[in-house]
Design a protein around this ligand. Structure first.
Ligand SMILES: NC(=O)c1ccc[n+]([C@@H]2O[C@H](COP(=O)([O-])OP(=O)(O)OC[C@H]3O[C@@H](n4cnc5c(N)ncnc54)[C@H](O)[C@@H]3O)[C@@H](O)[C@H]2O)c1
Ligand SMILES: [Fe+2]
Length: 435
């Protein structure tokens, strides 16, 4: 068990934590409930948001039929870009503005759900695009008020975006990812149907499951909320409030499930039980990191994804090179947890044990290595890229990768150890390859 001094009061630190969550309905077949829920939310005309691959799959057809069956006027938008950009967010926002919808339903992975949040936001509160984008890249202005109802139907076992107030995109001019963060962006409700995972390509299961794994590990090892400076006013308490007893619950259970189901769910498309469990872990970790926040593996991923040159993994659209989000995160993770273990070794060891590592006889000094070893074993067993070298980077790219991720202060400052440019340089160096 993690020791109780982790949440000891800190000098000037916060004394309370918040528990926010989406309303989640989880179960086989729940996509068929979309029409009834949308009608109950007072939606008469809905934007049904998706991407080109999803547009041809049964999941979208089921939701569309359910909405139409409830007498709702449905307009489909299937132009969402996989790994969205500022341009694709803006295009979706224009569609939303022109369509005069009174609600949104998203059917897809994090790319679709995040794009829907942005379309909903900019049609409800029009503004110059960078206005609400996180500082220092954007203006960081608070979203002024509520947006329209949004029912999110996640179809990957990954991002947890259905439970978070975060929308992530690639800012093309900077070749870096960034995002918009506000409680108002959190979907009104989520319909999570594990059957969606049955049609996922192997690499999408892997990338999204590693995203979940890193959400739970990062939230579990984040700076304790009692060590984050107390907000000037209670209403300013951030969603990324640091590790807290509420997020710990979801993280522990998500890690326990991943320990037994990640490799099975990735490698065996017929293993419906494992894939269903991965969907449940994704939901738990989404609730957890939506209240705690991620840290360095996600912060580093933003330039790993943004500066991609030629990487084109199987299972993803081939139109352009991409490093899928979960891959861009997990290639950093072993290096980061070797480094952060010193700050809270008991938590790192406990996490390794939950993930299935043999921790018998391990000391605090072994914690980083034991956890990193378990992650590397999972990566090898699921054919993940071997570090950032495996997605096309080399030693010469490290200065640019560091410059790109250093500004991600929301994430970096949530780490249990201070992260400056020197630390990022050596973390990227240590992430070049693992085996
Ligand atoms: N908002 C948040 O809190 C948050 C958190 C983590 C990641 N993200 C963002 O989410 C995005 C990644 O989302 P993702 O990993 O869910 O993948 P995705 O939405 O990018 O989809 C990946 C691919 O899988 C396909 N696909 C999705 N569901 C399918 C299904 N059921 N069957 C067959 N194919 C399917 C898609 O069409 C696409 O080609 C990134 O942009 C990332 O930055 C957001
Ligand atoms: Fe993520």
């Amino acid at each position: 068990m993690a020791c109780c001094h982790f949440y000891a009061p800190g000098e000037g630190g916060d004394e309370a934590f918040s528990m926010d969550g989406s309303s989640v309905t989880f179960g086989l077949g729940v996509l068929r409930e979309a029409g009834d829920h949308a009608a109950a939310l007072g939606i008469g005309r809905v934007a049904l948001m998706t991407d080109k691959v999803m547009a041809g799959l049964e999941h979208l057809a089921v939701v569309k039929a359910a909405l139409e069956g409830a007498g709702i006027d449905v307009v489909v938008y299937d132009e969402v870009r996989v790994e969205p950009t500022d341009e694709s967010f803006k295009a979706a926002a224009r569609f939303a503005q022109e369509g005069k919808f009174d609600g949104f339903v998203s059917v897809g992975g994090g790319s679709v759900i995040d794009t829907t949040k942005a379309a909903n936001l900019y049609s409800a509160h029009p503004a110059e695009f960078l206005t609400y984008v996180n500082k220092p890249i954007g203006g960081g202005q608070a979203v002024p008020g509520p947006i329209k109802p949004h029912i999110a139907c996640p179809t990957t076992c990954g991002t947890g975006s259905e439970c978070t107030g975060i929308a992530v995109f690639d800012l093309l001019s900077m070749r870096a990812k960034t995002g918009i963060v506000s409680r108002y962006l959190r979907p009104t409700m989520a319909l999570v149907d594990p059957a969606c995972t049955y049609t996922l390509p192997k690499n999408v299961v892997a990338a999204s499951a590693f995203d979940v794994l890193s959400h739970s590990l990062e939230s579990y090892t984040a700076l304790a909320y009692t060590r984050r400076k107390a907000p000037a006013r209670p209403s300013l308490r951030p969603m990324s409030q640091g590790a807290n007893p509420w997020s710990d619950l979801g993280c522990r259970e998500a890690m326990r499930i991943l320990g037994t189901h990640l490799v099975r769910g990735v490698n065996d498309p017929a293993d419906k039980e494992a894939r269903g469990q991965l969907m449940w872990a994704a939901t738990l970790a989404g609730i957890a990191f939506g209240n705690a926040g991620c840290h360095v593996p996600h912060g580093m991923s933003y330039s790993v994804a943004g500066m991609v040159r030629e990487f084109q993994p199987d299972g993803y659209p081939k139109a352009e090179p991409i490093v899928p989000h979960g891959m861009s995160v997990i290639v950093n993770a072993p290096a980061v947890f070797r480094f952060t273990a010193e700050a809270c070794p008991d938590r790192h060891l406990e996490a390794a044990g939950l993930l299935g590592a043999d921790t018998r006889g391990a000391t605090d000094g072994d914690a980083g290595e034991v956890l990193a070893g378990q992650l590397i074993q999972f990566m090898k067993s699921t054919d993940m890229p071997n570090g950032i070298g495996g997605v096309g980077y080399n030693q010469d790219d490290i200065p640019n990768l560091t410059e790109g991720s250093f500004p991600q202060r929301r994430l970096m400052d949530n780490a249990p150890r201070a992260i400056g440019k020197d630390e990022l340089n050596s973390l990227y160096r240590n992430a070049l390859s693992y085996w």
